[in-house]
Design a protein around this ligand. Sequence first.
Ligand code: ATP
Length: 306
Amino acid sequence: MTLADISEHCHNITNSYLAVTNGSELVESTQEAIRLTRYHLLEEVFSRWDPFGNQLSFSYNGGKDCQVLLILYLSCLWEFFITKTRNSQYDSQYHQFPLQFLPTVYINQAETFNTLEQSIESARERYFLSIYESPRNQTSMPEAFENYLKVHSTAKAIVIGIRYTDPFGADLCCIQETDSGWPQFMRVQPLLHWTLANVWSILLYSNEEICGLYEKGFTSIGGINSTVPNPALKIRNDDATSCGKRNPFEWEISNAYGKETPCNKVKVSKLTDADEVLLQSTGQLDFHPGWFLINDSLERAGRIRR
Ligand code: ATP
């Protein structure tokens, strides 16, 4: 497997999702969301900064939003490559995918769940990420990015998986400069228009492994001391009789990309023993999976202040 192979795989996932015609409004709105993100990346971003020339970096923290964006980004990278190949006077066999690893930045700010760290490690291998990891707790976010840019001086723009519904997301636009107090680079935010339900729909359909904490009721993952499973997903005693919460993504899970026979298993990373003990000792088990929640306004209800 190479970065080219996984990019082609992500391209196939995306195309397969775009070809779905199951009559679901959610799938249709996610297809629209994908088309707009692809337009941003292929027409506005890759025409401005060469994705094969180390001018673009990807910000990744193991969360669901950046994983969805990574799948779409790699899919566009593949499309960009094959379009260039097709337009070239030389036969496709003479073209080599020009990148072996994707320049990626991970700011390791707070103490994180081991399960998330392991998930980032798996992503590093699966998606051929060349991750710059800032030293934990040594710097603020702007300083960490400043240090990143010192090491990666060719980087002009950083791709970020923020959405309008995230804190401070409402007034952003797809391509913009950093705010004052930050080192100067362009922020590329092609996922702004996505809803929580859009994110889960393609992510669960992709059949890519996701961080195991999501299966335990987490809906947005911050530091270990500031994140709990989402209280809105707590399994209540009357759930058994009232059928409880319904999984809104049954179709995506059973028809996930590459599944030979429909089954309702989601590929999640294993919880580490330490996180298992932590959740048990603090009574944080018995939650519906994170993807049972599609209300954007409750997405961060498990992010707490201590
Ligand atoms: P979730 O909300 O489920 O944890 P997420 O982490 O992808 O998913 P946010 O926490 O809303 O989403 O963060 C938005 C985006 O900002 C991420 O997708 C990522 O691109 C970027 N980002 C956030 N924190 C970091 C970090 N510590 N290092 C690098 N990038 C980050």
